[in-house]
Write a protein that binds this ligand. Structure first.
Ligand SMILES: [Zn+2]
Ligand SMILES: [Zn+2]
Length: 345
């Protein structure tokens, strides 16, 4: 079969990849749609994501859907031809975190399309990816699996919003209007946010979010605009920081009300410099949000039920043969939110 393989920075090719017999618990899928994520872009541009460094060829991709093609021994609940969303998490189910039900914080997590371990954990951007049956969430009969490729990032958004503990009518500030910021805004609105505010350095993605969620939006990134935005924002109950930029978290700490909650869902660089004095004097809770837990199933449910309309955030489609063009497009955040890939007809 063909697969989208990364070897090092800028070394991305669609190439032949061997196929093995299914092991107990595994299923083989026909790839339907995959979404390019920020972490895929990091591997593409830098050959690494934080401490996960590419040291051998790896199939990319952790946001994807497919059709069940072949079912191995000991798999329940799936039938051939069924469309499924794939949860890319493979927790060990043995460590203390797994035992405590915190599977997303598993100490031995094998997350698809990740170079965190040796050998690397291959992703799903392959013609016939093999996954565990337990990773597959069936889609309703006839549902187009295109939007199912967004279940993973939407699950991240749902998890962050859950940690924000938004009460009905609460004022919520989302900093960063990339894919996660966009989906966080949708999830926050659905969770009952009253006043919803989104900031970003680019205007285009803010307009799209305003159209979908009715959010107030502000362009930030230079001193005058920042000052005006902060004056207009005033004070909020919850901040969901989705940009991974230290200045955005600084703003969050200035705009949060006493006893408010700040959820960090954007990856901050290791050398981020922050002034945390506001944390103490206003008794602010600052919490990290990493990946997702049972929110994946909820994401599938909401997307399939039409409760979360994420279609406006799919901005481009490419075939796998155009993978390099697709990665270039996905990196242009003024034009694109989520770029989807398929192997074509
Ligand atoms: Zn992702
Ligand atoms: Zn574990």
């Amino acid at each position: 079969m063909r697969a989208c393989v990364i070897r090092a920075a800028k070394d991305l090719h669609v190439q032949a990849w061997g196929e093995a017999e299914l092991q107990p618990g595994e299923v083989r899928l026909d790839f339907a749609w995959g979404g390019i994520c920020g972490s895929d872009l990091h591997y593409y541009h830098h050959g690494r994501v934080a401490n996960s460094v590419l040291r051998e060829p790896m199939i990319l991709g952790h946001e994807f859907s497919g059709y069940v093609r072949e079912i191995g021994p000991d798999v329940n609940g799936l039938t051939v031809g069924m469309a499924v969303a794939v949860n890319p998490s493979r927790p060990c189910r043995h460590c203390d975190q797994c035992a405590a039900g915190m599977l997303h914080l598993c100490r031995n997590m094998r997350f698809m399309g990740s170079a965190a371990h040796h050998p690397h954990t291959n992703g799903g951007f392959a013609e016939r990816p093999v996954v565990l049956g337990s990773q597959c969430v069936p889609l309703p009969h006839g549902f187009d699996p295109r939007l199912a490729a967004l279940c993973e990032p939407y699950a991240v958004a749902l998890h962050a919003v859950a940690l924000g503990k938004i009460t009905p009518g609460a004022s919520v500030l989302v900093t960063g209007a990339g894919t996660i910021g966009s989906l966080v805004a949708v999830a926050a609105r659905k969770a009952g946010a009253g006043r919803l505010i989104v900031t970003d350095i680019a205007e285009q993605p803010l307009r799209r979010i305003a159209d979908v969620t009715g959010a107030e939006t502000y362009v930030v990134g230079h001193p005058e605009a920042d000052h005006a935005a902060e004056q207009a924002i005033g004070e909020v109950d919850v901040v969901l920081e989705a940009s991974g930029v230290a200045s955005a978290l600084d703003m969050a700490l200035r705009r949060i009300r006493p006893r408010g909650r700040i959820v960090q869902v954007g990856f901050l660089p290791p050398d981020a410099r922050l002034s945390l004095s506001g944390l103490l004097i206003r008794e602010v809770t600052l919490v990290g949000a990493y990946r997702f837990l049972e929110e994946f199933n909820e994401a599938v449910r909401q997307i399939c039920a039409g409760e979360a309309d994420l279609a406006p955030f799919v901005t481009a489609h490419f075939t796998m043969d155009e993978a390099e063009a697709a990665f270039a497009a996905a990196g242009d955040r003024t034009q694109n939110v989520k770029v989807l890939l398929s192997f074509g007809a």
